[in-house]
Design a protein. Structure first.
Length: 114
């Protein structure tokens, strides 16, 4: 059974940092490109960062230089370190595979206050 469990969100002031985690099960994690997505109120879900099976990252322009994606294949977990957070980063953050999506998890809320 596929399961994605995101955690680490919270309320932070602009300029602050958070580290998100996504524990996975039921997928062949070590051979899968993983992504972090976010959905702000009234907006479509967007991919903000991805990481290949051999840890090559890619970032949306909006987060480049501020967010860092990483993975631990031994723990089947993907991380998102978010620094210099902005109010516009406020959203529910999800992880998922990139190529063929699996069932979405519940996400983790990130709220950045001014």
């Amino acid at each position: 059974q596929v399961q994605l469990v995101e955690s680490g969100g919270g309320l932070v002031q602009a300029g602050g940092s958070l580290r998100l985690s996504c524990a996975t099960s039921g997928i062949i994690f070590s051979s899968t490109t993983m992504g972090w997505y976010r959905q702000a109120p009234g907006k479509q879900r967007e991919l903000v960062a991805s990481i290949t099976k051999d840890s090559r990252p890619n970032y949306a322009d909006s987060v480049k230089g501020r967010f860092t994606i990483s993975r631990d294949n031994a723990k089947n977990t993907v991380y998102l370190q978010m620094n210099s957070l902005k109010v516009e980063d406020t959203a529910v953050y999800y992880c998922n595979t990139v190529a063929v999506k699996v069932t979405w998890g519940q996400g983790t809320q990130v709220t950045v206050s001014s």
